[in-house]
Design a protein around this ligand. Structure first.
Ligand code: AMP
Length: 511
């Protein structure tokens, strides 16, 4: 691992990395599990990972903790090295164009996010903070020129502002938001937690507990912002040492205050405990359930039935890949013509209309044309895996699936739903069964279809090979999310599996 202090060192490193996908994790150091989760996510998606460590003077007000902020480059470097980070960029303020203690903001070009995004939440109390953040992040993106940059949902306002900055300024980078990492007590990890005594750390847990309380009311049907924020404020008030600065409920993307949460909302808190300022938030939305697992574990039947039972939309990702396959074939394009397919799929519109009963497939429309039955022909079936293995198709469809996920209330099954498509799904299930059991089920299936003289050992070998292929393929490999609940279904009837998942879903309310 290299440690670069200057831009020219970064440049000479980058010159050797052409054709490699670069991921950037911007931090202020004092790394903890929250940062580690960002680094791990970047490693899983990129060929090279660069971590920047820079305590940015531009984002601290004169009264804030710039001098006191923990600096521990040595331990941070060891941690990064152990995580397989390729380069740390640890510039001085001068390298980043920030000079002395004078009011740099008035001497240099600044990036000013829209007032509508900085006038509420933390921006109301930390004047100039987000200008400082936006300016430094723009500089980092220009210096490193990463393909992807990773930010934590912990700083939700920052994430929303950076996402809109990148989109407004047409910067060629994908911003990836990552879920909040918490201590077991629920306290969101933060470098500033180092300032807390152990008593304060216990007191601070009220912050997440109060957000959870509001989330439970939301799950139970409460949509009014003033009631949801009141729940949080009242709960916070039960710990007298906590001095609440704000509790706000806003649109997750525009950050505009909401009166009611129709689909989704960001419920955010800032509070002081002694001199330490803590922030936390929770996204309110109907939960997402992600079901992953190997072939033959019964995922699609279970998912369909759970969807019906819980009133969730069954996001039939398989149907989406079939729809694209149909579109390719109907356009007369060879299924291996990756470039033409990449063009065809750009901006494709796929709509899924929930079916009236779990026995019926969801209605599927591609570019407004209904293809519900057309995508089930043997020709489409024969070609769908070739199409689904193409990265352009995958990227486009994952983006569509994620846009369905923005409002929550969906269930999806596949191989990488909980790890890649919806890494922040509220409930992740890894549905599996032993090879022997799946072979037995497959044999029964085939016998029911009239096949005779089947060889169980042969079926077992086939399933084993399929598992290996699914787990090792480059695109969307089968992987169990760390926070998934594993359900081994060898000794369970389908109804029992469904009941277990429904139970897990309902107990989300009581987390
Ligand atoms: P900082 O070093 O505090 O500027 O944070 C660097 C990045 O790590 C930001 O994108 C933060 O949102 C992210 N981050 C900090 N704490 C957490 C956490 N507990 N969970 C997830 N991401 C975090």
């Amino acid at each position: 691992m290299l440690i670069a202090k200057t831009i020219s060192e970064v440049n000479s490193y980058l010159q050797k990395q052409q054709n490699h996908k670069i991921g950037l994790v911007p931090t202020m150091g004092a790394l903890h599990q929250g940062h580690i989760s960002l680094i791990k996510r970047a490693s899983s998606e990129c060929d090279r990972v660069i971590v920047s460590i820079f305590v940015n003077p531009l984002q601290f007000a004169p009264t804030e903790d710039l001098k006191q902020y923990p600096r521990q480059l040595e331990t941070d470097s060891q941690l990064c090295e152990a995580l397989g980070v390729d380069l740390i960029f640890a510039p001085t303020p001068e390298t980043m164009g920030i000079t002395g203690d004078t009011d740099t903001q008035s001497l240099t070009t600044m990036v000013i996010p829209p007032v509508s995004m900085t006038s509420g939440l933390c921006g109301k109390y930390r004047h100039g903070h987000f200008q400082g953040v936006a300016t430094i992040v723009t500089k980092l993106l220009n210096i490193i020129r990463p393909d992807c940059a990773y930010f934590g949902q912990k700083d939700a306002q920052q994430l929303a502002i950076i996402s809109s900055l990148v989109s407004d300024l047409k910067l060629p980078v994908k911003i990836v938001g990552c879920p909040i990492i918490r201590e077991e007590s629920g306290l969101a990890l933060s470098s500033r937690n180092q300032y807390l005594t152990s008593t304060e750390k216990t007191q601070a847990t009220i912050i997440y507990r109060s957000l959870k309380q509001a989330a439970i009311s939301f799950y139970q049907g409460e949509k009014q912002a003033h009631i949801l924020t009141k729940i949080v404020k009242e709960k916070l008030a039960t710990v007298s040492e906590i001095k609440t600065q704000y509790v706000e409920l806003v649109n997750t993307i525009t950050l505009q205050p909401l009166e009611t949460v129709e689909t989704t909302g960001l419920l955010a808190v800032a509070a002081y405990l002694g001199n330490t300022r803590l922030i936390d938030n929770i996204i309110l939305r109907q939960p997402i359930v992600a079901i992953d697992g190997p072939a033959g574990a019964g995922k699609s039947t279970v998912t369909r039935r759970v969807a019906e039972k819980l009133g969730l939309l069954y996001l039939d990702t398989g149907a989406m890949y079939r729809a694209v396959t149909w579109l390719v074939m109907n356009s007369g394009i060879d299924v291996n013509a990756q470039d033409r397919i990449a063009d065809l799929v750009k901006g494709v519109k796929i709509d899924l209309i929930p079916s009236k009963s779990p026995e019926l497939p969801v209605g599927v429309y591609v570019n407004e044309q209904e293809v519900t039955t057309a995508i089930r022909t043997p020709e489409v079936t024969a070609n769908v895996s070739t199409i689904a293995a193409q990265s352009a198709v995958r990227e486009e469809l994952v983006a569509i699936q994620q846009s369905y996920g923005e409002t929550g209330g969906i269930i999806a099954e596949g191989r990488d739903i909980g790890t890649n498509v919806f890494p922040d799904a509220e409930l992740k299930i890894f549905l599996t069964a032993s090879v022997a059991e799946r072979a037995k089920r497959r044999m029964l299936d085939l016998q029911n279809q009239g096949y005779k003289d089947l060889d169980l050992a042969q079926l077992e070998t086939e399933i084993q090979q399929r598992d290996e292929k699914d787990s090792n393929r480059a695109i969307a490999p089968l992987k169990q999310a760390e926070d998934a609940v594993e359900l081994i279904t060898d000794d369970l009837a389908i109804q029992e599996v469904i009941d277990k998942i429904v139970q897990l879903y309902l107990s989300l309310n009581h987390l």
